[in-house]
Design a protein. Sequence first.
Length: 123
Amino acid sequence: MNRLIRPLGSVLACAMLFHCVTASASAQSGRAYIEGYVIGDGELHGIAGATVELVGDPSSPNVGNVKMAATTDADGKYAMTEIPHGPYTLRVTAAGYRPYEIPIYMLSDNQTKLHVRLEKAGR
């Protein structure tokens, strides 16, 4: 009897593992999400109306032609969804502030939180 239970348990464990792997693989959308706040240097409140852009790396076949943008709300919050995974340049601009730019890699099925502090122009 014990000889029958052990193989059956192994088969059941393998079936459950296979189901978990295939379920997680099929659940990946290949899309990323980003959100955060844009604040001014030395200020405690967000900058309303700032522009946050994601520009795909031109050398990337996956995102080379992708350009997405969002505008911050009254609290300085922005969000973008359904971003194809890959390499980007994040650019943030607002009137009266110096532009901010960094390279960023958006991972598939991940939410990135990125807060940006802009310096006042003329400093």
